[in-house]
Write a protein that binds this ligand. Structure first.
Ligand code: NAI
Ligand code: MG
Length: 340
């Protein structure tokens, strides 16, 4: 039996609801005697910023570092500059050097899920335009953002994605880029990631990101692993979530050499927050990724199987055409786990 210390960060909006639901599921798994969890609670996000003036306190980073892994809900970022505010999850990704953002998209037996899709987007998670270096000039008439690409980060994300692809059946890696327009920054990423992938038993292809977006909609089944820079990865992973049933089921892992944080792809969903109707599946699948990461392969497989069973047989949450609440669906998942 494995005993694991897990850090839980609810964050904002539906982050509270989906983390509570995922915790219920994990505690239910624990009752079956296979696992034991000790929870460490930490805070981050916009609500915390409004209360304390700090969206991501050092103590939160320390708690996350002391845990075996972290499960994160979602955090709100305002679409305007707010003095002193730092995006909580983006700061954690950089501060803990969680360089690989791994976002699987796989067909499920639910409405609007494309048959044949089984791919993973690997998003570089520490640089690109997300260094958040923006400046305004000429009384706000001119704005400039920096995009930082380093050989080191491109090398390690290329190697991470290639290693992942080499462990999968099709062993195919697409390096998605915009080096035709930005040959210096995107070119460095493209050439370095491709070179890093040469060390693995994979077929490497490169694809320009706008064509990649079109191909993902037209013929998504051709893709296996896609590696790309931070902003492109952010955008196409919402697209790939949409291909297989929506943000309610899309999970991700932020993985570094020392630490890891697992979360849904979705955000704090202010339009449905507080109503208890968010789909907890994305966070539960993130918890399954977390279990696999900490070596609990059997429980991870069983939890993923439980999600398959529950989604296939219904009843489901509202985003998938059902009427179940967040906590009701957590119970459905738990029951499915017992039979999985
Ligand atoms: P969002 O992902 O929060 O919501 C997009 C749409 O999907 C909404 O209609 C929402 O109701 C729906 N949705 C999302 N998750 C769902 C779930 N579990 N069940 C059912 N429906 C779900 O993205 P949006 O609206 O663009 O951003 C809202 C806030 O979240 C922003 O402040 C943004 O910065 C933040 N955000 C945070 C992320 C994170 O913490 N990793 C990721 C993405 C956005
Ligand atoms: Mg996103």
């Amino acid at each position: 039996m494995g005993k694991h210390t897990i850090c839980l960060i609810e964050g904002d909006g539906i982050g509270h609801e989906v983390i509570q639901a995922a915790k219920t599921v994990l505690e239910g798994i624990q009752v079956t005697g296979e696992l034991e969890f000790e929870w460490l609670y930490a805070e981050a996000g916009w609500e915390l910023f409004e209360r304390t003036g700090n969206s991501i306190p050092d103590v939160t980073l320390e708690i996350a570092k002391s845990a075996k892994a972290t499960l994160f809900g979602a955090a709100t970022s305002p679409s305007k500059k707010v003095a002193g505010f730092r995006g909580a999850i983006r700061h954690m990704r950089r501060a803990l050097d969680l360089y690989a953002n791994v976002r699987p998209a796989k067909h499920h037996a639910i409405p609007n899920s494309r048959v044949g899709v089984d791919l993973v987007v690997v998003r570089e998670n520490t640089e690109g335009l997300y260094v958040e270096q923006e400046r305004s000039y000429l009384d706000g008439e001119l704005a400039v953002a920096e995009a930082v690409i380093t050989k080191r980060a491109s090398q390690r994300i290329g190697a991470y994605a290639a290693k992942l692809a080499s462990s999968r059946e099709r062993k195919t890696l697409h390096v998605a880029h915009k080096a035709n327009v930005l040959p210096v920054t995107q070119g460095l990423f493209l050439n370095t990631a491709k070179e890093a992938a040469l060390n693995f038993d994979v077929t490497v292809k490169d694809i320009i990101i706008d064509n990649c977006a079109m191909q993902l909609v037209a013929r998504p089944e051709q893709f296996d692993v896609i590696v790309t820079t931070n902003l492109f990865g952010d955008i196409i992973s919402d697209l790939t979530a949409g291909l297989v049933g929506g943000l309610g089921i899309a999970a991700s892992g932020n993985i570094g050499d020392q630490y890891a944080i697992f979360e849904s792809v979705h955000g704090s969903a202010p339009d449905i927050a507080g109503q208890g109707i968010a789909n907890p599946t994305a966070t539960v699948l993130a918890a399954a990724m977390m279990l696999r990461h900490i070596g609990e392969t059997v429980a991870a497989n069983r939890l993923e199987k439980a999600v398959e069973i529950a989604l296939e047989h219904g009843p489901r949450t509202r985003d998938l055409g059902g009427t179940l609440t967040t906590s009701q669906f957590a119970q459905v998942l738990l029951e499915a786990y017992r039979t999985a």
